[in-house]
Design a protein around this ligand. Sequence first.
Ligand code: C5P
Length: 403
Amino acid sequence: MSALKGKHIILGITGGIAAYKSAALLRLFVKAGAEVQVVITPNGKEFITPVTLSALSGKPVVSEFFSANTGEWHSHVDLGLWADAMVIAPATASSIGKMANGIADNMLITTYLSAKCPVFIAPAMDLDMMAHPSTQRNIELLRSYGNHIIEPAEGELASHLVGKGRMEEPENILAFIENFFSEEKPLEGLKALVTAGPTYERIDPVRFIGNFSTGKMGYAIAEALSRKGAEVVLVSGPTALPEPVGVRTIRVESACQMLDVSRKEFDSCDIAVWTAAVADYAPAHPCNSKIKRQKAAIESIELVMNPDIAATLGQVRSSTQTLVGFALETDHGPENATKKLRSKNLDIVVLNSLEDSGAGFGTDTNKITIFDRCGSSESFPLKSKAEVAEDIVDYIIKFRNSK
Ligand code: C5P
């Protein structure tokens, strides 16, 4: 049975030549047992007729805010609440730009802005439009809102040019969405705490001691845990990243603040993942006013050791909790990583070695080896941080199931 059986789907169609494929996609949704409401932009109707779409969906197609003849109002808010999924296929560069920037000048975009359900977007356009930094930036914005981008395929385009921009085939769009809805939620009912990013330790109101952590790894882990059904609290140091959708994010600045917030959340959590690159030291006497530049150099700043969040909370853990730490090592990686299992009372430690290119701070990729307290370990090849996060979360699930 399809995971789409009984689901309410809004199929958004915009004005691109690939709109002819939307009829096939609509047919597949209906065959899978979904109830489909088509919302089409005025330009979309130039490419495929509402008659075809209403015949296939068994419902009148919505395009305007109200029917000119009857005055019947089409409520984008009601539609947005009705839907279990919204699929925009094809999504033109123009509609992508409007969705990314909230330009609600037609029924489809207002419905998009009102939708509370997962949104899937299948771009379709010429290769140069697709590659343009404006389109790429808008797609990244949509991703940052938690929308799912179904990447266009490479191939011959309507312009006869060959490249990336062809809307993904209807069968593959269906498979992508079915896969999303059939994904298991093995962490349903569990709470996870994730620390992420750097900490800033104030020297004075304008200067701090910090590090190059971007928070990407921790944010990806928070998202992966949430996708598997966990309730996630992300305690984040200063980062430039948008807050992950569906995750409760608490922003902090210093190690002491991170410890305070984490301590409050810790008892009620089943899983904790310490990804934060916590500054090891903080100035002993931060100044309340800006330290003036002096003729003679300041020779030293007295530092004090910061609390070790992982080790502190490792002391008060329960045996039912699963605690995961990170080890970023330049040498003797495996020995140092496994030592942390004991010294911080962890169940799992993830080693990323600075000896590997593409691993560590600031990159979009990482290469890890996971060790656990039962003596097992697993090495993974270089992958994107999102994929690495999936591997870590899968390992956590496997580890919990084996206990
Ligand atoms: O001791 P080291 O800094 O190498 O340990 C790294 C692990 O410990 C990471 O999981 C990091 O988040 C955590 N840690 C912490 N508080 C600190 C230092 C490290 O939670 N002050």
